[in-house]
Design a protein around this ligand. Structure first.
Ligand code: ADP
Length: 424
């Protein structure tokens, strides 16, 4: 069977998040790291293909070009419906890249209209009257206002999207969405008659998301967070887009040793590291020491640990410490030494027989996955909303990886992750 939905995600942990929510359907989901160089195998039973890009903060032209290549590959592989996945906090720069990529995809596909639905109620992201909330706070009053790369200082999705696109932008608000799919369809039609191509859609709970999915499942392009995508499979089945119910093949989880590698400095990761450091052996990486002395001390520490014992290597630090490292080394070099160190330690861990990895941080996950030479991941069981275990084969050895974006999971996430895998 061909691909039912071709998905393009603008970052790495965002792609695993989307893949996890699609995989809740039990249908096979495949996740590729970057645009594959080879064609898709026709006998591949995968229903959903997700391509992970690293384009969230790239210059607009580069982000659009990456997405165009991903689109071409998916189309070539047989996809006729597409999903453009970005963060549930609508992370973007002043120029993009959410709007420009959406407009490029609309023009390639010949779509007259698309929707923008970042809401992820299970993780506290909701949209009401076009305004994005994180928990009970407006986006612009949440910690996202201080994000180092994409500070979000305006909670209005209309105002954020308008300067990013050429076509007209309008809202389908909660009072319409809560009336159900027919009311939403009628609103979308009337907006289309007024030449509105970009429709922000409110959603505050999963019932809203179900209505939105029901109303839009036959649109060739949808855009948003993972949560609305997670509602699509059952409508695809109902509407007959999915004919044979291939189920995801069971993957046996690897048994080898375990390691947590954390390069995220987000508020939730800081709590998770503090919690886990009390329950495991831990080693702290200091970017300033790494820059002058290299990764040798951490490597020796790792070699002395028993592969099976719980252990943690982290660069995770409070904002003041991060600033200090950035002032001393420069912003780019500070992240680079940390990412490089974690990547090298991941390779060393693999050599030492460690087969179960948890990586915390989007950029960090990208660096580790690349270092391990992984091109494709199979999606396994979900640990927390939007964070699945994933599996890959590296030179014939099966490895399990959980890639967690900064703000996902509870305080005990690392511990829960390994418990979840034991249960497999
Ligand atoms: P998140 O998902 O929380 O945004 P990322 O891994 O995407 O996490 O980003 C965190 C960035 O901060 C990485 O580039 C990482 O290398 C860098 N970093 C981690 N620890 C430190 C530190 N102590 N000082 C400076 N930069 C750091």
């Amino acid at each position: 069977m061909g691909i039912v939905l071709g998905c393009i995600a603008d970052d790495f942990t965002g792609a695993t998040d989307l893949a996890a929510l699609l995989a809740r359907s039990g249908l096979p989901v495949s996740l590729r790291i970057g645009v594959p160089s080879e064609e898709r195998n026709n006998s591949d039973p995968t229903t959903f293909e997700v391509i992970a890009l690293k384009s969230r903060t790239a210059p607009v032209r580069e982000a659009v070009e990456q997405a165009r290549q991903a689109f071409s590959w998916l189309k070539e592989a047989g996809a006729t419906r597409f999903f453009w996945k970005y963060c549930s906090t609508f992370d973007s720069t002043a120029d993009g890249n959410i709007g420009p990529v959406a407009e490029m995809l609309m023009s390639e596909i010949g779509a007259e209209q698309t929707i923008y639905c970042p809401a992820f109620p299970e993780n506290g992201r909701s949209v009401f009257m076009g305004h994005l909330f994180v928990g009970e706070q407006l986006l612009s009053e949440s910690p996202m206002k201080d994000h180092p790369l994409t500070p979000m200082r305006d909670p209005s999705l209309l105002r954020l999207l308008e300067p990013q696109v050429q076509g007209k932008v309008a809202l389908a608000s909660r009072p319409v969405v809560s009336k159900g799919p027919e009311a939403l369809k009628a609103r979308l039609r009337s907006l289309a008659e007024g030449d509105v191509r970009h429709v922000i859609v409110d959603a505050v709970d999963n019932d809203d998301l179900r209505s939105i999915a029901a109303a839009t499942a036959d649109m060739p392009l949808l855009t948003g967070g993972s949560a609305v995508a997670g509602q699509l499979p059952r409508f695809y089945i109902e509407q007959g887009f999915i004919s044979s119910l291939a189920t995801a093949p069971a993957v046996t989880a690897p048994r080898g040793g375990q390691l947590v590698l954390s390069g995220s400095c987000s508020a939730m990761t800081r709590r998770q590291v503090a919690y886990y450091a009390q329950r495991s052996a831990s080693f702290r990486l200091d970017p300033i020491a790494l820059a002058s002395e290299g990764v040798g001390a951490a490597r020796t520490w790792l070699q002395r640990q028993s592969p099976d014992a719980p252990k943690l290597i982290f660069a995770t630090a409070e904002p003041a410490e991060v600033r200090q490292a950035q002032e001393k080394l420069g912003l780019e070099r500070a992240s680079q030494v940390v990412e490089q160190a974690l990547a090298e330690l991941a390779r060393e861990a693999l050599r030492l027989g460690i087969r179960r990895f948890v990586a915390a941080g989007g950029e960090t996950s990208g660096a580790i996955t690349q270092a391990l030479g992984i091109m494709r991941l199979v999606i396994g069981p979900e640990i927390a909303p939007g964070v699945p275990w994933t599996f890959a084969d590296i030179e014939g050895e099966r490895v399990a990886l959980a890639l967690k974006s900064g703000n996902f999971g509870k305080e005990s996430f690392f511990e829960e992750a390994f418990e979840r895998l034991e249960a497999e």
